[in-house]
Design a protein around this ligand. Structure first.
Ligand code: HEC
Ligand code: HEC
Ligand code: HEC
Ligand code: HEC
Ligand code: HEC
Ligand code: HEC
Ligand code: HEC
Ligand code: HEC
Ligand code: HEC
Ligand code: HEC
Ligand code: HEC
Ligand code: HEC
Ligand code: HEC
Length: 350
């Protein structure tokens, strides 16, 4: 300590006298204390003396060095960064070269990722930074104190990294405490985000947890128990007929059993409603959803009157004998018979 003071005094004694009070133009570049740095002296000095410094309009630390003096750096004394007046001896330019890494390496050396020269403690910046982390803050997490998750730790231990990022890593106890519904008893999976967002626990699942079976159409908004009779959520059938066999057997118009419709309901139905069927009667048999007969029939039984087969059909329910006979006067091969009608009018057109 004493040694340092002695040395300092020696420098002052040697360098101090002589220069002080001398007019600037008496000194050439050779007298400059700035080493090989030979910029125009008036950039930083005025005619009134070497000190105090007076900067010319041209002065711009960023332009001359590539290192902008922003935030707290703008107010800092030149010599708090520059160890000597020889400006060619550059100070370090990365933050960690001058600032102590309070995180002890935990967060890497790119301090500028989370800090500016304005202040080390900048919540808005840290929240934005958090979006780039493995765990962006959303919902109820945004307004929490950082310390709720990042518990202060003894020096040398990690405070900021190494936290769990999966919900159950922090909310296992909440899961165990549930009563309505009792998650544990019902065998819910631990993956909270399959059913919850970070906003609130109260809202039920926004999406169905199963990718195998997304809830669409009439399946949305049903009580879970309508499909999940047992506690094993994976046991629910996924084929339509697994849950809708009775509906199939109960059909009357058309009678699916008689029509020998396949039991893969989704070939013709969506989950929205049984009434709107996607059934390619037109291309396969006879146009009824398009062409002349679109909208003129009200039930399959207008044409299919047999209760045992859809191969049977009649055209005569609507096309009465008198008119039809009259329309076909002189048409060779005509007869008032449905099979014959279909032969000459396979598309229901003239
Ligand atoms: C980029 C700015 C800058 C330029 C350009 C500059 N100086 Fe300086 N000069 C300084 C600073 C900073 C100090 C230290 C001031 C202090 O200690 O308060 C200084 C101090 C000095 C001193 C006083 C040294 C001391 O020991 O007290 C002299 C002499 C001097 N400069 C000469 C020159 C000469 C000659 C030139 C032109 C060749 C020049 N300076 C160009 C920034 C500059
Ligand atoms: C917060 C720290 C900091 C402060 C305060 C600071 N500087 Fe610098 N300065 C630097 C760094 C870092 C560099 C070197 C940048 C590089 O290596 O690219 C530099 C470079 C320079 C250079 C360029 C030297 C060359 O070789 O071209 C000059 C001149 C300079 N500073 C003068 C000043 C003066 C005059 C002041 C006071 C008004 C000042 N600096 C204040 C950090 C600082
Ligand atoms: C060449 C050295 C140097 C470099 C490089 C440097 N600083 Fe500084 N910084 C200083 C000095 C000197 C001060 C002013 C003295 C003080 O308050 O510690 C300062 C002050 C600060 C302050 C205000 C201090 C406070 O406690 O509020 C912040 C924030 C800061 N620097 C951030 C940064 C960041 C971020 C970087 C990198 C982008 C950086 N610094 C690079 C030297 C440096
Ligand atoms: C991934 C982001 C991140 C990185 C990278 C990072 N920090 Fe921090 N730093 C933080 C957070 C978060 C805080 C705490 C802010 C608070 O308490 O509100 C902090 C606080 C600080 C503080 C102030 C401590 C205090 O309590 O006053 C300093 C100084 C600091 N950091 C320096 C650095 C330095 C130096 C580096 C580069 C080696 C660095 N940081 C890298 C996120 C980061
Ligand atoms: C709800 C919990 C939670 C809250 C609240 C929270 N964090 Fe985090 N934070 C995490 C998790 C989880 C990670 C990811 C840990 C990992 O990647 O190892 C993380 C990561 C980080 C990191 C490291 C980022 C990186 O890139 O390495 C920093 C720094 C951080 N948080 C700072 C903050 C600050 C500052 C706040 C307050 C504004 C905050 N956190 C609030 C959970 C939280
Ligand atoms: C790093 C720990 C951590 C992780 C990971 C985490 N949380 Fe949180 N979460 C918290 C803390 C701490 C709170 C505030 C204390 C509390 O209410 O439990 C909270 C609060 C909540 C709340 C608000 C609770 C209330 O009562 O208002 C919900 C909802 C929530 N988290 C859902 C989730 C979901 C969903 C996930 C997964 C995507 C998740 N959390 C991941 C720590 C975490
Ligand atoms: C299979 C879907 C599903 C999963 C997975 C799930 N939950 Fe739930 N959770 C629900 C439903 C449904 C409710 C009732 C919502 C309502 O009341 O509208 C609920 C309600 C809650 C409630 C409030 C009710 C109470 O009794 O306290 C909490 C707390 C909760 N869940 C926590 C969790 C946690 C923590 C996890 C992950 C570890 C999780 N849940 C996983 C479906 C699920
Ligand atoms: C319309 C029927 C239906 C409804 C309503 C329904 N589910 Fe499902 N769920 C299924 C089917 C089908 C599966 C797939 C079973 C499989 O994976 O084999 C399934 C799977 C699941 C799984 C297992 C996911 C997995 O992969 O581990 C969970 C948990 C679940 N459902 C929870 C719920 C909850 C909670 C509700 C009420 C909010 C609900 N389900 C409502 C039909 C339904
Ligand atoms: C795990 C059981 C389950 C499976 C699998 C299932 N459903 Fe459902 N579905 C239901 C339940 C329960 C209802 C509501 C009660 C009802 O109307 O039968 C329903 C309702 C419907 C409705 C509405 C009925 C109405 O009256 O409005 C249609 C349409 C439907 N399902 C079509 C389908 C189709 C198509 C498939 C195959 C892709 C399918 N369902 C698979 C359980 C299931
Ligand atoms: C080849 C196509 C096809 C298949 C496969 C099919 N349906 Fe249909 N279904 C229809 C047509 C066509 C209608 C009549 C729609 C209309 O009224 O526009 C219909 C109507 C229904 C109706 C309402 C009519 C009534 O009598 O109640 C129910 C219920 C129904 N289907 C259930 C099922 C079920 C359950 C399955 C699978 C197990 C199934 N369907 C498979 C074509 C099909
Ligand atoms: C306007 C008359 C008409 C109406 C209405 C009609 N069909 Fe048809 N359907 C036909 C004709 C014509 C054939 C062809 C018979 C043939 O080629 O032997 C046919 C054939 C079929 C066949 C094939 C039978 C087989 O085994 O080859 C099925 C199944 C069928 N229709 C179901 C339906 C259903 C279901 C409806 C009501 C949604 C319906 N049809 C309404 C005229 C009609
Ligand atoms: C549910 C009543 C109904 C049944 C059943 C019916 N039709 Fe028609 N058909 C109509 C109506 C209504 C028209 C349009 C009015 C008209 O031109 O007489 C029509 C028109 C036609 C036309 C004339 C189209 C044109 O281009 O002008 C032909 C051909 C025809 N039907 C053939 C058939 C054949 C073949 C069958 C039996 C497979 C059949 N229809 C069963 C109601 C029916
Ligand atoms: C041998 C072939 C043949 C048979 C069988 C036949 N048609 Fe036609 N149909 C025709 C021809 C050709 C015309 C056009 C006659 C004309 O323009 O003078 C026609 C015209 C019609 C028209 C349109 C009449 C108008 O003027 O708008 C209808 C409706 C019709 N047929 C229905 C039927 C029905 C129903 C049957 C069965 C009972 C039937 N056809 C049997 C060949 C036939």
């Amino acid at each position: 300590m004493t040694g340092a003071i002695v040395l300092l005094l020696a420098i002052v004694v040697l360098a101090g006298p002589g220069r002080q009070g001398r007019a600037q133009d008496e000194i050439g570049p050779a007298d400059s204390p700035h080493g090989d740095f030979l910029a125009d002296c008036t950039l930083c000095h005025s005619d009134d003396g070497w000190t105090p410094l007076e900067f010319g309009e041209e002065w711009d630390h960023a332009a001359i060095s590539g290192f902008p003096l922003a935030g707290a750096h703008a107010a800092a004394d030149c010599m708090s960064c520059h160890r000597s007046l020889d400006f060619t001896e550059h100070p370090p330019s990365d933050c960690v070269g001058c600032h102590q890494d309070v995180h002890l390496g935990e967060l890497g050396t790119d301090c500028g990722r989370c800090h500016t020269a304005r202040s080390f403690i900048d919540r808005a910046l840290h929240l934005r930074m958090h979006r780039m982390s493995r765990f962006p803050l959303t919902g109820a997490h945004v307004t929490l104190d950082c310390e709720r998750c990042h518990r202060p730790v003894a020096a040398g231990k990690h405070q900021w990294v190494g936290l769990p990022t999966v919900c159950e890593g922090c909310h296992r106890d909440d899961f165990r405490r549930t009563t309505d519904p009792d998650h544990e008893a019902l065998g819910f999976p631990m993956f909270c985000d399959e059913c919850h967002t970070t906003r609130t626990w109260e809202a039920g699942p926004l999406t169905h947890p199963s990718e195998v079976f997304p809830l669409t159409g009439a399946h949305r908004g049903l009580n879970c128990s309508e499909c999940h009779e047992s506690d094993d959520f994976r046991a629910a059938p996924t084929d339509c007929v697994g849950c809708h066999l009775d509906d199939y057997l109960g059909t009357t118009d058309p009678n699916h059993v008689v029509a020998r419709f396949p039991t893969r309901c989704d070939e013709c139905h969506t989950t929205v409603s049984w009434d709107a069927a996607r059934f390619d009667h037109d291309a396969l048999y006879f146009p009824i959803y398009s062409g002349t007969h679109r909208g003129v029939w009200s039930a399959c039984s207008d044409c299919h009157q047999s209760s045992t087969s859809f191969r049977d059909f009649t055209c005569l329910t609507c096309h009465d004998r008198a008119d039809t006979d009259e329309d076909h006067q002189g048409v060779p091969g005509y007869g008032y018979d449905s099979r014959l009608c279909l032969q000459c009018h396979p598309d229901g057109r003239q």
